[in-house]
Design a binder for this molecule. Structure first.
Ligand SMILES: [Ca+2]
Ligand SMILES: [Ca+2]
Length: 364
């Protein structure tokens, strides 16, 4: 068989075309396989800093690419992270956060340096909830190496105090400003971008007593039913979480949005015998409602036992009209025989012998 000149040219053109496609597609393949790695290795000077929700916290409906949602009363942790720090790394960093005080408050003393920076010299650690500002400056301490990679400079806790919605989708922003990084020797490491954190805050549906809450009533002896404010209820989870709430005047308490866990609940109030209830299984899709508890009067020193030490403690301040005196068990403004009677009637009682039967209804 003999090809005509034309046919030969067509075959040659087709071959070249196919070869070109092969070369192009392999280039695309090389590009595709190289891109992810190169994204993790930016050129020098491309360090960015961001405010991030601390991993592991309950972030409501948040998923990648969506705005985190919290409810009024929630607390959440944020980390300030230096990202893509290349060798030789950083030795210290400073930053400020600006936030809207109508929506957010920083939790006092909650700011701690990131683990990778430890041990660390912290020169500035301020949370100013009046103006909505956080300031931090910390450097590694002593003869240590720089650190590289994604470096958490510090972590702090915010409380959501006001709703950003409605209108739906309205957010509040934690702005990252005045950020600087430096390496050993006092050499500045340029920061190319600062990434803020936007969040949505919603009113809690019905202000508690809803799905995921733990609620009940705590009263103390010797006081009127409408004079039961300020007793403490603590929930300690088997997974290590600890939550607490105070009673309102009618003795009601709500621990809002408690993570699913098995809790030991403890009710306590100064001057009264603490009562505990173990093994409270709580899920986030139901209200865990506990049975009422009445705390016995007279454990002045909070030892878990009403004994001679408590009697002596009342004797020591007998006749006192000092406001807030713990021995004034019935809060009538004076430590007198009525308080001693309340205590003496419980002489010998212990917390252990007087548990909070918080799930009585379930057990019957
Ligand atoms: Ca005692
Ligand atoms: Ca009294």
């Amino acid at each position: 068989m003999r090809f005509s000149h034309n046919t030969f040219q067509r075959i040659r053109a087709l071959s070249l075309f196919l070869a070109l496609i092969l070369v192009l597609s392999s280039l695309v393949w090389i590009q595709a396989s190289v891109s992810p790695a190169s994204a993790q290795e930016p050129t020098a000077g491309e360090v960015s800093m961001s405010v991030q929700i601390f991993p592991g916290d309950d972030v409501g409906t948040a998923a990648i690419g969506t705005t985190p949602v919290f409810y009024v009363g929630d607390t959440f942790k944020v980390s300030i992270v230096a990202e893509n720090v290349e060798e030789p790394g950083i030795f210290g960093g400073q930053f400020e956060l600006a936030f809207e005080t109508d929506y957010l408050q920083g939790v006092d003393d909650s700011m701690v340096p990131g683990a990778a920076m430890q041990p660390v010299v912290v020169a500035v650690n301020e949370i100013d909830n009046a103006v909505g500002k956080v300031a931090y400056a910390g450097s590694r301490q002593g003869d240590l190496e720089n650190v590289a990679g994604n470096v958490v400079l510090a972590t702090l806790t915010f409380e959501a105090v006001g709703a950003t919605e409605p209108p739906e989708g309205q957010t509040t922003t934690i702005h990252l400003v005045n950020a600087k990084l430096g390496a050993k020797g006092g050499i500045e490491v340029p920061v190319s971008g600062l990434v803020d954190l936007e969040i949505i805050i919603r009113e809690d549906g019905g202000g508690g007593n809803g799905e995921g809450d733990i609620a009940g009533n705590v009263a103390v002896e010797g006081r009127a039913a409408d004079n039961q404010a300020g007793h403490t209820v603590t929930a300690v989870g088997d997974l290590g979480g600890e939550l607490s709430a105070l009673t309102s005047a009618d003795g009601h308490f709500v621990i809002e949005d408690a993570p699913a866990d098995t809790y030991t609940m403890t009710a306590n109030s100064p001057g009264f015998l603490a009562a505990a209830c173990a093994g409270v299984v709580h899920t986030t899709d139901a209200l865990t409602s506990l049975d009422d508890v009445m705390l016995l009067a007279g454990d002045i020193d909070d030892s878990g036992e009403i004994d001679i030490v408590d009697a002596a403690a009342i004797g020591l301040v007998f006749g006192s009209t000092e406001p807030g005196e713990i021995a004034d068990l019935n809060v009538d403004g004076e430590v007198d025989i009525l308080d001693l009677i309340l205590m003496s009637a419980n002489f010998g009682q212990t917390s252990e012998a007087n548990p909070w039967l918080c799930q009585l209804a379930d057990e019957l």
